[in-house]
Design a protein around this ligand. Structure first.
Ligand SMILES: *Cc1c(COP(=O)(O)O)cnc(C)c1O
Length: 373
């Protein structure tokens, strides 16, 4: 029996402490500190976008991004945004809070990303944009999505919260969106505990993000024409994120190493594993997922319970957004079928990929998984 193995652990072995000490020594703890500006500059440059605006988390990034777009492009209430059904609640919620209607599209079986062949059939005269999410370590098929966006004049909101440093056909994820968003939550490739950023090369959009995230202050301080939010990131969080960004290539290399080991050790089990690569990308293994074969009686829940008994922490796959009570209660329902995202919730889960994992632990985890069958 191993000691408890968490599903993720960050690695804070760079300049995190040094930069935090700088903040404290100089008194820069608020949102107007130098690390905030540095992060906005360095992270947008890293992702090949012109401008960045830091926020409190990745969910807030999506919310304020849509708020800025709705204003900039004069979208109407209940205009439609296409969202992958296999995803975290944040994207659906960002639409709903902005009075936009999420329209869910199933994912594909290979990568668990949005099924690009099922997008066109849900486009209506009210469709304004697509929230593209790169899921679990492989990017969505961007060229096909960009073609559709062009054909139907749709905006792309690229949620790259799991895709820092990842590339699609050699181009950085986060560089494709009219607006792109990232999270710096503890388990992301760049982590600051909590945090996020909105990127764009359109100055007007970033100006609007800066406006709405900062209580819609005007030149006449304390005179307001609109209601916004306070979503400002602190200099302390930005300090940690700056240190993390410096060593992102090392972080990605560790993730790929862990993923490669699991591929080898688990290759013969009756489950579909995270795919190592697609023609357009290599997997970064933000997480390492497995979907148990249909003809196996075992479902994800039971497998996860058994692994928990062996001290291995796991996480279930996303529960489809179109099935969420919170969404259905608002009357957002349709007759579109989304069998893949429904099935992989029943059969899928992901296993530890913490940055401090040792080879011994990876072997132990793999052996415990094999023992399930
Ligand atoms: C983590 C994540 C978010 C939310 O980010 P938070 O910082 O936790 O709010 C949004 N979208 C995706 C795809 C994520 O993985």
């Amino acid at each position: 029996m191993s000691e408890f193995i968490p599903v993720f652990e960050p690695l804070l072995d760079g300049n995190e402490k040094k930069y935090l000490n700088e903040c404290i020594d100089k008194g820069w703890i608020g949102s107007n500190g130098p690390f905030v500006k540095q992060l906005e500059h360095d992270f947008s440059a890293y992702c090949c976008q012109k401008y960045g605006s830091t926020v409190t988390n990745g969910t807030a990034a999506l919310e304020v991004a849509l708020q800025a777009m709705k204003d900039e492009y004069s979208w109407s209430d209940y205009d439609e945004i296409i969202v992958p059904s296999f995803n975290i609640i944040s994207s659906a919620q960002a639409c709903i809070y902005n009075k936009l209607k999420p329209v869910f599209v199933d994912c594909e079986d290979e990568t668990w990303n949005i099924d690009v062949n099922k997008i066109e059939q849900v486009i209506t005269p009210k469709t304004r944009g697509i929230i593209v999410v790169h899921i679990y370590g492989l990017p969505s098929d961007m060229y096909k999505i960009l073609d559709l966006a062009k054909k139907y004049n749709l905006k792309i909101i690229e949620d790259a919260a799991q895709a820092h440093g990842m590339t699609y056909n050699g181009k950085k994820c986060g560089s494709f969106g009219d607006i792109s968003t990232f999270s710096f939550y503890t388990n992301k490739h760049v982590a600051s505990g909590e945090g996020g950023i909105v990127l764009s090369s359109d100055k007007n959009l970033i100006d609007k993000v800066n406006y709405y995230k900062n209580l819609c202050f005007t030149k006449d301080r304390f005179v307001h024409n609109h209601l916004g939010h306070n979503l400002r990131m602190s200099n302390l969080q930005a300090a940690v994120a700056c240190a993390q960004l410096e060593k992102i290539e090392k972080t990605i290399a560790i993730k790929k190493h862990i993923g490669g080991l699991y591929q080898e050790l688990l290759k013969n089990i009756p489950a579909k594993l995270s795919k190592a690569k697609m023609p357009y990308a290599e997997n970064h293994y933000w997480v390492f997922g497995l979907v148990l074969n249909d003809d196996i009686k075992l479902n994800a829940k039971t497998a996860m319970e058994k692994l928990a008994q062996a001290n291995i922490e796991t996480r279930p796959f996303f529960y489809s957004l179109h099935l969420q009570r919170a969404v259905l209660n608002l009357g957002i329902k349709d007759n579109i079928s989304r069998p893949v995202s429904e099935k992989i919730y029943e059969k899928g889960f992901y296993i530890p990929t913490g940055l401090t994992l040792t080879v011994e632990k990876i072997e132990y985890i793999s052996n415990q998984i094999k023992a399930l069958f």
